[in-house]
Design a protein around this ligand. Sequence first.
Ligand code: ZN
Length: 354
Amino acid sequence: MSLLDSIFAFFARLFGLNLPSGDEPLQVVSPRVLVINYDPVVDAQGTRLTEKMGWNRIDDLIPRFIADMEEVSYGLVKYQYNGANRIDVDEFPRKKDGFQYTAASYLAMMQDPRTHHEPDGVDYWKIVDDHHLIDRVIGHQIDEVWLFGAPYFGFWESHMVGKGAIWCNSSPLANSDRCTRRFVMMGFNYERGVPEMVHDMGHRMESIMAYVYHSFNTLQNAYNSVNPNVRPPVGPEKFTNPKNDFEHFLLFEKIAPGRAEMGLLHTPPNAGKDYDWQNPNLASSSCDDWLNFPDLRGTRRMINANEWGWGADGYAFNKWWFGHAPHAKGSKNGILNNWWDYTIRVDRPFRGRR
Ligand SMILES: [Zn+2]
Protein backbone atom coordinates (compact mmCIF):
# COMPACT_ATOMS: atom_id res chain seq x y z
CA MET A 1 0.00 0.00 0.00
CA SER A 2 1.43 3.35 -0.98
CA LEU A 3 1.63 6.17 1.53
CA LEU A 4 -1.23 7.93 -0.27
CA ASP A 5 -3.36 4.78 -0.17
CA SER A 6 -2.72 4.30 3.53
CA ILE A 7 -3.61 7.92 4.24
CA PHE A 8 -6.81 7.47 2.22
CA ALA A 9 -7.60 4.21 4.05
CA PHE A 10 -7.01 5.95 7.37
CA PHE A 11 -9.42 8.76 6.57
CA ALA A 12 -11.93 6.32 5.06
CA ARG A 13 -11.95 4.40 8.38
CA LEU A 14 -12.06 7.62 10.36
CA PHE A 15 -15.17 8.86 8.55
CA GLY A 16 -16.75 5.44 8.26
CA LEU A 17 -16.52 5.51 4.47
CA ASN A 18 -16.87 2.14 2.87
CA LEU A 19 -16.54 2.54 -0.85
CA PRO A 20 -17.36 0.04 -3.59
CA SER A 21 -14.24 -1.89 -4.49
CA GLY A 22 -14.63 -2.16 -8.27
CA ASP A 23 -15.60 -5.79 -8.81
CA GLU A 24 -19.30 -5.68 -7.93
CA PRO A 25 -21.45 -8.04 -10.01
CA LEU A 26 -24.45 -6.71 -11.93
CA GLN A 27 -27.56 -7.06 -9.79
CA VAL A 28 -30.95 -7.72 -11.31
CA VAL A 29 -33.52 -6.00 -9.10
CA SER A 30 -37.09 -7.25 -8.68
CA PRO A 31 -38.92 -4.60 -6.67
CA ARG A 32 -42.35 -5.53 -5.32
CA VAL A 33 -44.88 -2.85 -6.21
CA LEU A 34 -48.01 -1.84 -4.33
CA VAL A 35 -50.52 -0.12 -6.61
CA ILE A 36 -52.99 2.32 -5.03
CA ASN A 37 -55.57 3.26 -7.61
CA TYR A 38 -57.85 6.23 -6.98
CA ASP A 39 -60.71 5.71 -9.43
CA PRO A 40 -63.90 6.71 -7.62
CA VAL A 41 -67.44 5.92 -8.66
CA VAL A 42 -68.93 9.12 -10.07
CA ASP A 43 -72.60 8.37 -10.70
CA ALA A 44 -75.56 6.38 -9.40
CA GLN A 45 -74.97 3.67 -12.02
CA GLY A 46 -71.59 2.86 -10.49
CA THR A 47 -69.50 4.27 -13.33
CA ARG A 48 -65.87 4.85 -12.41
CA LEU A 49 -64.09 8.11 -13.25
CA THR A 50 -61.83 6.46 -15.86
CA GLU A 51 -64.84 4.95 -17.66
CA LYS A 52 -66.82 8.18 -17.51
CA MET A 53 -63.95 10.15 -19.03
CA GLY A 54 -62.75 7.46 -21.45
CA TRP A 55 -59.29 7.40 -19.86
CA ASN A 56 -56.77 4.56 -19.80
CA ARG A 57 -57.21 1.32 -17.86
CA ILE A 58 -54.38 0.81 -15.44
CA ASP A 59 -54.50 -2.92 -16.27
CA ASP A 60 -53.23 -1.92 -19.71
CA LEU A 61 -50.69 0.65 -18.48
CA ILE A 62 -48.99 -1.43 -15.78
CA PRO A 63 -47.76 -4.42 -17.82
CA ARG A 64 -46.60 -2.18 -20.67
CA PHE A 65 -44.65 0.06 -18.30
CA ILE A 66 -43.09 -2.95 -16.56
CA ALA A 67 -42.06 -4.35 -19.95
CA ASP A 68 -40.56 -0.99 -20.95
CA MET A 69 -38.50 -0.81 -17.76
CA GLU A 70 -37.18 -4.32 -18.31
CA GLU A 71 -36.33 -3.46 -21.93
CA VAL A 72 -34.54 -0.16 -21.35
CA SER A 73 -32.59 -1.54 -18.37
CA TYR A 74 -31.36 -4.56 -20.36
CA GLY A 75 -33.24 -6.86 -17.97
CA LEU A 76 -31.80 -5.29 -14.82
CA VAL A 77 -35.18 -4.02 -13.56
CA LYS A 78 -37.96 -6.58 -13.30
CA TYR A 79 -40.87 -5.03 -11.41
CA GLN A 80 -43.02 -7.54 -9.55
CA TYR A 81 -46.71 -6.78 -9.49
CA ASN A 82 -49.81 -8.88 -9.07
CA GLY A 83 -53.42 -8.05 -8.34
CA ALA A 84 -53.02 -9.03 -4.68
CA ASN A 85 -50.84 -5.93 -4.31
CA ARG A 86 -53.49 -3.55 -5.56
CA ILE A 87 -55.78 -1.30 -3.56
CA ASP A 88 -58.71 0.36 -5.31
CA VAL A 89 -59.85 3.46 -3.50
CA ASP A 90 -63.38 4.65 -4.10
CA GLU A 91 -62.79 8.28 -3.24
CA PHE A 92 -61.00 11.41 -4.36
CA PRO A 93 -57.71 11.77 -2.50
CA ARG A 94 -57.73 14.39 0.24
CA LYS A 95 -55.43 17.34 -0.30
CA LYS A 96 -52.90 18.64 2.19
CA ASP A 97 -55.20 21.52 3.20
CA GLY A 98 -58.09 19.11 3.82
CA PHE A 99 -59.93 19.83 0.56
CA GLN A 100 -61.49 16.85 -1.18
CA TYR A 101 -63.38 16.87 -4.49
CA THR A 102 -66.77 15.19 -4.73
CA ALA A 103 -67.76 13.49 -7.97
CA ALA A 104 -69.90 16.49 -8.88
CA SER A 105 -67.30 19.13 -8.00
CA TYR A 106 -64.52 17.24 -9.79
CA LEU A 107 -66.51 16.76 -13.01
CA ALA A 108 -67.58 20.42 -12.92
CA MET A 109 -63.96 21.53 -12.43
CA MET A 110 -62.85 19.46 -15.43
CA GLN A 111 -65.22 21.51 -17.61
CA ASP A 112 -62.89 24.41 -16.88
CA PRO A 113 -59.61 23.22 -15.29
CA ARG A 114 -58.65 26.83 -14.50
CA THR A 115 -61.09 26.50 -11.59
CA HIS A 116 -59.13 23.65 -9.98
CA HIS A 117 -58.43 23.82 -6.27
CA GLU A 118 -55.16 25.38 -5.09
CA PRO A 119 -52.99 24.33 -3.39
CA ASP A 120 -53.26 21.15 -5.43
CA GLY A 121 -50.88 18.94 -3.42
CA VAL A 122 -52.27 15.70 -2.01
CA ASP A 123 -51.96 14.72 1.66
CA TYR A 124 -49.19 12.13 1.38
CA TRP A 125 -49.31 11.37 5.08
CA LYS A 126 -52.95 10.36 4.77
CA ILE A 127 -52.04 7.93 1.99
CA VAL A 128 -49.07 6.59 3.93
CA ASP A 129 -51.11 6.10 7.10
CA ASP A 130 -54.36 4.86 5.51
CA HIS A 131 -52.50 2.05 3.78
CA HIS A 132 -49.87 1.29 6.45
CA LEU A 133 -47.15 1.92 3.90
CA ILE A 134 -44.35 2.32 6.43
CA ASP A 135 -45.08 -1.05 8.08
CA ARG A 136 -45.37 -2.75 4.71
CA VAL A 137 -42.07 -1.32 3.49
CA ILE A 138 -40.17 -1.97 6.71
CA GLY A 139 -41.60 -5.49 6.72
CA HIS A 140 -40.30 -6.01 3.14
CA GLN A 141 -43.79 -6.84 1.89
CA ILE A 142 -43.34 -4.12 -0.73
CA ASP A 143 -40.45 -2.01 -2.07
CA GLU A 144 -42.27 0.86 -3.75
CA VAL A 145 -45.71 2.36 -4.35
CA TRP A 146 -47.38 3.41 -7.57
CA LEU A 147 -50.29 5.81 -7.14
CA PHE A 148 -52.72 6.13 -10.03
CA GLY A 149 -55.05 9.06 -10.33
CA ALA A 150 -56.55 11.76 -12.50
CA PRO A 151 -55.47 15.31 -13.38
CA TYR A 152 -55.50 17.61 -10.33
CA PHE A 153 -55.21 14.78 -7.84
CA GLY A 154 -52.02 16.50 -6.65
CA PHE A 155 -49.48 13.67 -6.91
CA TRP A 156 -45.79 14.29 -7.51
CA GLU A 157 -44.33 12.33 -10.43
CA SER A 158 -42.07 10.75 -7.84
CA HIS A 159 -41.71 11.34 -4.12
CA MET A 160 -39.26 9.76 -1.68
CA VAL A 161 -40.16 8.74 1.86
CA GLY A 162 -38.07 7.69 4.84
CA LYS A 163 -34.94 8.36 6.84
CA GLY A 164 -32.34 10.11 4.70
CA ALA A 165 -34.75 10.57 1.78
CA ILE A 166 -33.46 12.91 -0.94
CA TRP A 167 -34.90 15.09 -3.70
CA CYS A 168 -36.64 12.81 -6.21
CA ASN A 169 -38.21 15.34 -8.58
CA SER A 170 -39.94 16.62 -5.39
CA SER A 171 -38.79 17.39 -1.87
CA PRO A 172 -38.81 14.28 0.32
CA LEU A 173 -41.79 13.63 2.59
CA ALA A 174 -41.06 15.72 5.68
CA ASN A 175 -40.71 14.08 9.10
CA SER A 176 -40.67 10.56 7.70
CA ASP A 177 -37.53 9.47 9.59
CA ARG A 178 -39.42 6.81 11.49
CA CYS A 179 -39.56 4.93 8.22
CA THR A 180 -36.09 3.41 8.47
CA ARG A 181 -36.29 1.86 5.01
CA ARG A 182 -36.58 4.46 2.24
CA PHE A 183 -39.01 4.04 -0.64
CA VAL A 184 -40.40 5.94 -3.61
CA MET A 185 -44.04 6.69 -4.35
CA MET A 186 -44.59 7.21 -8.07
CA GLY A 187 -47.59 9.36 -9.03
CA PHE A 188 -49.03 8.16 -12.31
CA ASN A 189 -51.91 9.67 -14.23
CA TYR A 190 -54.29 7.36 -16.08
CA GLU A 191 -55.38 10.25 -18.31
CA ARG A 192 -51.87 10.02 -19.76
CA GLY A 193 -50.06 6.93 -20.98
CA VAL A 194 -46.97 4.78 -20.75
CA PRO A 195 -44.74 7.51 -22.29
CA GLU A 196 -45.39 9.76 -19.29
CA MET A 197 -44.74 6.89 -16.87
CA VAL A 198 -41.37 6.24 -18.50
CA HIS A 199 -40.71 9.99 -18.39
CA ASP A 200 -41.46 10.11 -14.65
CA MET A 201 -38.92 7.33 -14.07
CA GLY A 202 -36.37 9.34 -16.06
CA HIS A 203 -36.64 12.31 -13.73
CA ARG A 204 -36.25 9.89 -10.83
CA MET A 205 -32.97 8.66 -12.31
CA GLU A 206 -31.73 12.20 -13.00
CA SER A 207 -32.54 13.35 -9.45
CA ILE A 208 -30.97 10.39 -7.71
CA MET A 209 -27.83 10.24 -9.86
CA ALA A 210 -27.28 13.99 -9.40
CA TYR A 211 -27.23 13.32 -5.65
CA VAL A 212 -24.95 10.28 -5.94
CA TYR A 213 -22.41 12.32 -7.95
CA HIS A 214 -22.73 15.49 -5.83
CA SER A 215 -23.89 17.28 -8.99
CA PHE A 216 -27.30 18.62 -8.07
CA ASN A 217 -26.35 22.21 -8.96
CA THR A 218 -25.13 21.13 -12.37
CA LEU A 219 -28.40 19.31 -13.05
CA GLN A 220 -30.33 22.38 -11.97
CA ASN A 221 -28.16 24.64 -14.13
CA ALA A 222 -28.75 22.39 -17.14
CA TYR A 223 -32.53 22.65 -16.73
CA ASN A 224 -32.30 26.39 -16.08
CA SER A 225 -30.27 26.85 -19.26
CA VAL A 226 -33.35 25.99 -21.36
CA ASN A 227 -35.83 27.86 -19.18
CA PRO A 228 -36.46 31.25 -20.81
CA ASN A 229 -37.77 32.61 -17.49
CA VAL A 230 -34.42 32.23 -15.76
CA ARG A 231 -32.59 35.57 -15.68
CA PRO A 232 -29.74 36.04 -16.23
CA PRO A 233 -29.62 33.07 -18.61
CA VAL A 234 -27.40 30.11 -17.71
CA GLY A 235 -24.83 29.74 -20.48
CA PRO A 236 -22.18 27.22 -21.57
CA GLU A 237 -19.60 28.72 -19.20
CA LYS A 238 -21.15 26.69 -16.37
CA PHE A 239 -20.41 23.42 -18.20
CA THR A 240 -16.82 23.80 -19.37
CA ASN A 241 -15.32 21.55 -16.67
CA PRO A 242 -17.53 18.51 -16.04
CA LYS A 243 -16.27 17.03 -12.79
CA ASN A 244 -17.59 13.47 -13.14
CA ASP A 245 -19.31 11.02 -15.50
CA PHE A 246 -22.79 12.34 -14.70
CA GLU A 247 -21.77 15.89 -15.61
CA HIS A 248 -20.39 14.55 -18.89
CA PHE A 249 -23.46 12.44 -19.62
CA LEU A 250 -25.89 15.36 -19.35
CA LEU A 251 -24.13 17.64 -21.84
CA PHE A 252 -26.18 18.78 -24.83
CA GLU A 253 -25.54 21.14 -27.71
CA LYS A 254 -26.93 24.33 -26.19
CA ILE A 255 -24.75 24.15 -23.07
CA ALA A 256 -21.76 22.39 -24.65
CA PRO A 257 -21.53 23.27 -28.36
CA GLY A 258 -19.64 20.54 -30.21
CA ARG A 259 -19.18 18.55 -26.96
CA ALA A 260 -22.62 17.02 -26.47
CA GLU A 261 -22.88 13.60 -24.89
CA MET A 262 -26.34 12.17 -23.96
CA GLY A 263 -28.25 15.16 -22.63
CA LEU A 264 -31.17 15.02 -20.22
CA LEU A 265 -34.73 13.82 -20.40
CA HIS A 266 -36.04 17.04 -21.96
CA THR A 267 -32.91 17.89 -23.90
CA PRO A 268 -31.42 15.37 -26.38
CA PRO A 269 -27.77 15.69 -27.40
CA ASN A 270 -28.64 18.14 -30.19
CA ALA A 271 -31.09 20.19 -28.08
CA GLY A 272 -31.27 23.96 -28.35
CA LYS A 273 -34.35 24.33 -26.14
CA ASP A 274 -36.54 22.55 -23.61
CA TYR A 275 -38.52 19.48 -24.78
CA ASP A 276 -36.47 19.47 -27.98
CA TRP A 277 -37.28 15.89 -28.95
CA GLN A 278 -37.90 16.61 -32.63
CA ASN A 279 -34.90 18.74 -33.52
CA PRO A 280 -33.65 18.06 -37.07
CA ASN A 281 -30.31 19.86 -36.54
CA LEU A 282 -27.24 17.66 -36.50
CA ALA A 283 -24.91 17.82 -33.51
CA SER A 284 -21.83 15.88 -32.44
CA SER A 285 -22.63 13.35 -29.69
CA SER A 286 -20.67 10.71 -27.82
CA CYS A 287 -23.83 8.56 -27.55
CA ASP A 288 -22.22 5.32 -28.83
CA ASP A 289 -19.47 5.64 -26.27
CA TRP A 290 -21.95 5.45 -23.38
CA LEU A 291 -22.87 1.93 -24.47
CA ASN A 292 -19.25 0.98 -23.59
CA PHE A 293 -19.34 2.59 -20.13
CA PRO A 294 -17.07 2.62 -18.12
CA ASP A 295 -14.67 2.09 -21.05
CA LEU A 296 -15.19 5.50 -22.68
CA ARG A 297 -13.07 5.95 -25.82
CA GLY A 298 -14.08 9.42 -26.95
CA THR A 299 -15.89 8.33 -30.12
CA ARG A 300 -18.38 10.80 -31.55
CA ARG A 301 -20.67 11.20 -34.52
CA MET A 302 -23.27 13.62 -35.82
CA ILE A 303 -26.87 12.81 -34.86
CA ASN A 304 -30.34 14.33 -34.87
CA ALA A 305 -33.87 13.18 -33.98
CA ASN A 306 -33.62 10.41 -36.62
CA GLU A 307 -31.45 8.61 -34.10
CA TRP A 308 -34.34 7.85 -31.70
CA GLY A 309 -37.23 8.25 -34.12
CA TRP A 310 -38.71 11.71 -33.36
CA GLY A 311 -41.99 11.68 -31.41
CA ALA A 312 -43.82 14.66 -29.93
CA ASP A 313 -44.32 12.92 -26.56
CA GLY A 314 -40.61 12.23 -25.99
CA TYR A 315 -41.29 8.50 -25.60
CA ALA A 316 -38.82 7.41 -28.27
CA PHE A 317 -36.11 9.74 -27.03
CA ASN A 318 -36.64 8.88 -23.37
CA LYS A 319 -36.30 5.14 -24.07
CA TRP A 320 -33.20 5.77 -26.20
CA TRP A 321 -31.74 7.92 -23.38
CA PHE A 322 -32.38 5.21 -20.78
CA GLY A 323 -30.76 2.65 -23.08
CA HIS A 324 -27.51 4.63 -22.93
CA ALA A 325 -27.46 5.11 -19.15
CA PRO A 326 -24.62 3.19 -17.46
CA HIS A 327 -25.67 -0.41 -16.84
CA ALA A 328 -22.37 -2.25 -16.34
CA LYS A 329 -20.87 -4.29 -13.52
CA GLY A 330 -18.19 -2.92 -11.22
CA SER A 331 -17.64 0.60 -9.98
CA LYS A 332 -15.56 3.65 -10.72
CA ASN A 333 -14.35 6.23 -8.18
CA GLY A 334 -16.57 4.67 -5.54
CA ILE A 335 -19.77 4.76 -7.63
CA LEU A 336 -21.40 1.69 -9.18
CA ASN A 337 -21.36 1.53 -12.98
CA ASN A 338 -25.04 0.60 -12.93
CA TRP A 339 -27.25 3.64 -12.46
CA TRP A 340 -30.38 1.46 -12.16
CA ASP A 341 -29.14 0.16 -8.84
CA TYR A 342 -29.30 3.66 -7.31
CA THR A 343 -32.50 4.62 -9.12
CA ILE A 344 -34.47 1.58 -7.98
CA ARG A 345 -32.87 0.42 -4.73
CA VAL A 346 -33.32 3.65 -2.81
CA ASP A 347 -33.21 1.80 0.53
CA ARG A 348 -29.44 1.37 0.11
CA PRO A 349 -26.90 4.12 0.89
CA PHE A 350 -26.63 6.54 -2.01
CA ARG A 351 -22.98 7.16 -1.32
CA GLY A 352 -20.42 4.52 -0.35
CA ARG A 353 -20.83 0.77 -0.21
CA ARG A 354 -24.28 -0.57 -1.06
ZN1 ZN B 1 -40.31 16.22 -17.53
